[in-house]
Ligand binder design. Sequence first.
Ligand code: RIB
Length: 287
Amino acid sequence: MGNIIVIGSASIDLVVETDILPNTGETVMGKSFFTTPGGKGANQAVAAARLSNNVYMIGAVGDDDNGTQILSNLEKNNVNIDYMDKIESEASGTAHITLFDDDNRIIVVPAANDYVTPEKVIPKLKYFEAGDIILMQHEIPKETINEVVDFAVNHDMRVMLNPAPYRRLDQEVIEKVNWLTPNESESELLFKNEVDRALMAYPRKLIVTKGATGAVFYSDSQQLVKGYKKEVIDTTGAGDTFNGALAVALIENKPLEEAVNFANLAAAFSVTGLGAQSAMPYRKELD
Ligand code: RIB
């Protein structure tokens, strides 16, 4: 079986739970605070590695305590960290998350994640093979995404791009990736509210996630693969779990509908605990 190579951000999440959202210039009292490993790249790597034994991460941390925690958490979760960089005199990335009314608001400070550059990443890809799946998101520099996609096309590797958070995406990249997995709001921004048309234009490539409703893609007609409902404690990381699990199902050559169903199920488990990674499921739970 091939490898899954996650190229992306690794951060520490600083999470505040509150019943009141402050207005500009206002101070309110929160309910709780905790820190926990996050970053969309690391979350997707952990989600995949809890389900499969062939997951590598390419990314960067700072030379601080957060960096040490991020790396040991990845290792503990079965992610190979041989290709992670530690950037001297730089801080690790952080995400500042407010949990309010069953949803989250997130501000990301990339720091070391900005050093996940083409110069650092491309040489590491020579250790991987045709057929491997590269999984990326939008918390690392855009040039890296573009160059990795070109490298993958030239070396018969497959690319899944989760375009989160939203930023403008070159048409060329959309054409070259094998799978594109925005959520509803990202898909509307990417395709200027013509999502149904885009689904048809990119059959079996564009997969739009719709939270607990499930995910849609086009194959002869529009297919909705229904989601699973579980008690929601925290939705942070549900999209990342979907992507990590989808990569696992695809490297195992599951047909797309079955792969999306597997990813929906994993994502449903992930919302049942506080923090992005705490409730990501292990293989035996899904089986
Ligand atoms: O997708 C959730 C993640 O987004 C959080 O863990 C946070 O790190 C932000 O990057």
